[in-house]
Ligand binder design. Structure first.
Ligand code: NDP
Ligand code: MG
Length: 383
């Protein structure tokens, strides 16, 4: 029987690629789709995929979709909860952007439904809560992020070894469009330049996070929770070709790496099909054709966001949630032309300084900390 999937954030970069993966795979049946407000695209996706239920966060968009389509149209946060819990999905792909993804992640796992997780912010904001929920309900959480998909596959490959043989996990970073520039040179970069990512075609928010390296900071925290890996054993290396997706070093000094073309459909298909591996029509990697692979350390002075994230991750509790919220506000302000590039990480550092962190005891505590951090960030922007 086909696996039934619901795709949250279907109109985005990951969402549309997931629907392409599903369209080429008879083992996947799309039963539900969600978006924020782009209803014409969502309705077209429902018609193409055969899904009979959609959810839109925006009420006016939901009303317009109802006029245009005879399937079921849900709205708002409750509508999204209903889509997750009531669609009979075996796997939910969460490809929402930002901390708005945390609630749907929690709903999915609480329902005992397997989660293919692209929304890394869920783990950054509520990592402890999310992982303990997955453990408690037995729902499987499979990451979609390419580095973490690689690390999961390396952990699985290594499972025949004695426990504890993985020494370190190393995430690769493309370095983004500004690799090699000094902090001074970064002062004047434009939104357009920042949106021109060298190896990946992605949504606006993650593309800016990749340019500041905050994306890699979020991914460190994501890896920490997914693999229970202490921060001292997590590293980042810059690798401009994005061919090595991550690697692990073992106790005897050997290294296991995961390689492939930079194509998000591969980790998306892996997460949707887990534990089966199937992606017909993939392009095999020919290393002779690639020629050379380069690696270099991160320039921490030009890209302070990575160290800020590592520190917030180490502090734990609501610190990563506060950092994430400040970053979301800062990235939106940068995309809006209100804030310079270097000011993104400055704003995040300042909010982390001003807003007190505490234990991340519940979903409500996290929502409250997220709100406080956003308010503090808006205040800095207004001043
Ligand atoms: P996009 O911005 O392309 O898409 C975001 C999707 O979420 C859209 O469908 C959008 O709907 C919907 N959405 C946005 N805000 C809300 C909201 N408040 N409530 C409900 N729906 C909302 O993002 P990406 O696909 O690039 O990224 C999605 C997630 O995957 C992010 O967490 C990102 O970090 C992660 N990721 C992405 C990668 C990539 O290659 N793109 C790689 C690795 C991870 P609408 O169209 O109506 O606005
Ligand atoms: Mg990634």
């Amino acid at each position: 029987m086909a696996r039934r999937i619901a795709v949250l954030g279907a109109t985005g970069s990951i969402g549309t690629q997931a629907l392409e993966v599903a369209a080429g795979n008879p083992d996947l049946e799309v039963v539900g789709l969600s978006a924020g407000r782009r209803w014409p695209e969502l309705v077209a996706q429902a018609q193409a995929s055969g899904a009979r239920r959609i959810a839109l966060a925006d009420a006016a968009s939901a009303a317009a979709a109802r006029e245009a389509w005879d399937g079921e149209v849900l709205e708002g946060p409750e509508g999204l909860t209903e889509l997750i819990a009531g669609s009979g999905a075996d796997t939910v792909l969460n490809a929402l952007v930002g901390s708005a993804g945390l609630g749907p992640t929690i709903t999915t796992l609480a329902e005992g439904i397997d989660l293919a997780l692209a929304n890394k912010e869920s783990l950054v904001v509520g990592g402890e809560l999310v992982m303990s929920l997955a453990e408690g309900t037995g729902a499987k959480l499979v990451p979609v992020d390419s580095e973490h998909s690689a690390l999961l596959q390396l952990v699985e490959a290594e499972q025949g070894q004695r426990p504890g043989s993985i020494d370190r996990m190393v995430l690769t970073a493309s370095g983004g469009p500004f690799r090699g520039r000094s902090r001074e040179e970064l002062e004047e970069v434009t939104v357009e330049e920042a949106l021109r990512h060298p190896t990946w075609e992605m949504g606006g928010k993650i593309t800016i996070d990749s340019a500041t390296l905050m994306n890699k900071g979020l991914e460190l925290i994501e890896a920490h929770h997914l693999f229970s890996m202490p921060y001292e054993r997590l590293d980042v290396v810059v690798h401009p070709q994005s061919i090595v997706h991550s690697y692990v070093t073992l106790a005897d000094g050997a290294v296991l790496a995961h390689l492939g073309h930079p194509d998000m459909k591969v980790p998306i298909a892996y997460a949707l099909g887990w534990p089966e591996r199937s992606l017909p029509g993939h392009r095999p990697l020919d290393l002779a054709e690639v020629g050379s692979l380069e690696f270099e350390p991160v320039d921490g002075e030009a890209f302070p966001a990575l160290a800020i994230a590592r520190e917030a991750g180490r502090e734990g509790g609501t610190a990563p949630c506060i950092m994430n919220a400040a970053n979301e506000v800062a990235v939106a302000a940068f995309l809006d032309g209100q804030l310079g590039f270097n000011a993104i990480s400055e704003l995040v550092a300042r909010v982390l300084d001003e807003v007190d962190a505490g234990p991340a005891a519940s979903f409500e505590v996290l929502v409250e900390a997220d709100g406080r951090a956003r308010a503090a960030a808006e205040q800095v922007l207004a001043g």
